[in-house]
Design a protein around this ligand. Structure first.
Ligand code: AGP
Length: 369
């Protein structure tokens, strides 16, 4: 087993460190930055259909659902197609309105999740076109969908999803660009620019991983916390949700992810000197707004751990702890901001003596509803 872990103490840590490579594998043969072109062989036969679809419904569970939320931002932003993101378990038991003009994207690492499979079957019966975004090649979901795009992250052993999440986000980013290309909602020069940057994201993830020592030191301070709040805006919100899920899954600390502006509608009541608040405060369109959210937390004596863009000075004046990540366009922020949060949950769980790779009560694939 030590051999399989490649010298790392846990599979989770190994998988966190594999991300520069897994994302590169995921993009291989699919992006052509110089031409400003995305090719997705798995959904090629639906290329024309994508020009005329009314709506996309994303169905998934857990971490895959969080990836779906990132997908929603990207598809709406670039391809201008309305997107709804549904928990598969809720969707399957409603009587949702689905037509032949809808495309359903089912996201699943394992490709075996019972609720996601049932949601697919239902949407299929109602005539929708179903795309799968799966990691395990040949699993059940890729077999029941009409088409799909594999994430190619390689086997993920840790129960807490890490590299599969960033690969799902990468595939959804590629799908958003592909749809935008088909629909003509993006210029070729913009696509050249975005793909050129995307091509460098694995290197930036490598840099983000260098925050490990700082994150470990911060983890020492918070290992005995009982609660933790994660805040983000825009596509930083699903990152906050994912950060909170990771922490609760493996360290058993109660954690909640919230859109930063929603804090004042409830969770603010929880804030005191005992409450660590992790804030995604990178330089993007909501930067100023997030700064005022940090001030609201500080005014109530909350402890702020901020994920900031390299070289930031503003947030550093206010936050108690800062973790830097490389600068990037807003589109790629989730891929980078997720990295320190994975490391944070990992180190806190290790320091608490938890079974990181096999947390209690959880299974790698949930084949019961
Ligand atoms: C992730 O860390 C979780 N273990 C869990 O939420 C998982 O993402 C969920 O069960 C969905 O699994 P799937 O992607 O294999 O469908």
């Amino acid at each position: 087993e030590m051999l399989e872990k490649g010298g790392y103490d846990h599979f989770m840590l190994k998988e966190i460190y594999e991300q520069p490579r897994s994302i590169r594998d995921c993009m291989r043969g699919r992006i052509y930055p110089e031409e400003g072109k995305v090719q997705l062989g798995g959904i090629k036969e639906f290329a024309d259909k994508l020009k005329n679809i009314d709506r996309i419904i994303i169905v998934a569970c857990g971490t895959s659902w969080h990836a779906g939320l990132v997908g929603e931002y990207l598809i709406e932003e670039y391809a201008r197609i309305p997107v709804e993101v549904e928990y598969a378990s809720e969707f399957r038991y409603r009587n949702p309105i689905i037509t032949e003009k809808d495309v359903v994207i089912a996201i699943s690492q394992s490709g075996e999740t019972a609720d996601t499979m049932a949601a697919i079957e239902m949407a299929k019966e109602k005539g929708a076109t179903i795309f799968g975004v799966c990691n395990v090649v040949g699993a059940s979901i890729p077999r029941i969908t009409h088409a799909g795009v594999y994430t190619h992250a390689g086997p993920e052993i840790g129960v807490a999803s890490t590299k599969a999440f960033t690969a799902q986000v990468t595939v959804l980013t590629l799908m958003a660009f592909y749809m935008a290309q088909q629909k003509g909602t993006i210029s070729n020069s913009k696509l050249v620019e975005l793909l050129t940057e995307l091509d460098c994201i694995p290197d930036k993830i490598q840099v983000a991983l260098q925050s490990n020592d700082i994150v470990k030191a911060i983890s020492e301070k918070f290992k005995d916390s009982r609660n933790c709040l994660f805040l983000g805006r825009g596509s930083g919100f699903p990152v906050a949700l994912e950060g909170a899920l990771k922490l609760k899954e493996i360290s058993y600390i109660h954690a909640e992810g919230y859109p930063a502006a929603e804090m004042k509608h409830g969770p603010i009541a929880l804030i005191d000197e005992e409450m660590p608040v992790v804030v995604i405060a990178t330089k993007n369109s909501s930067y100023e707004k997030v700064i005022s959210n940090i001030q609201e937390v500080k005014a109530r004596k909350g402890v702020v751990i901020a994920i900031v863009t390299e070289g930031d000075t503003e947030v550093k004046k206010m936050a108690d702890y800062c973790i830097e990540i490389p600068d990037s366009s807003e589109a790629f922020l989730p891929l980078l901001a997720t990295i320190p949060l994975q490391l944070l949950s990992y180190h806190i769980a290790v320091l608490r003596g938890c079974n990181v790779d096999q947390p209690r009560n959880l299974a790698k694939s949930v084949t019961v509803e």
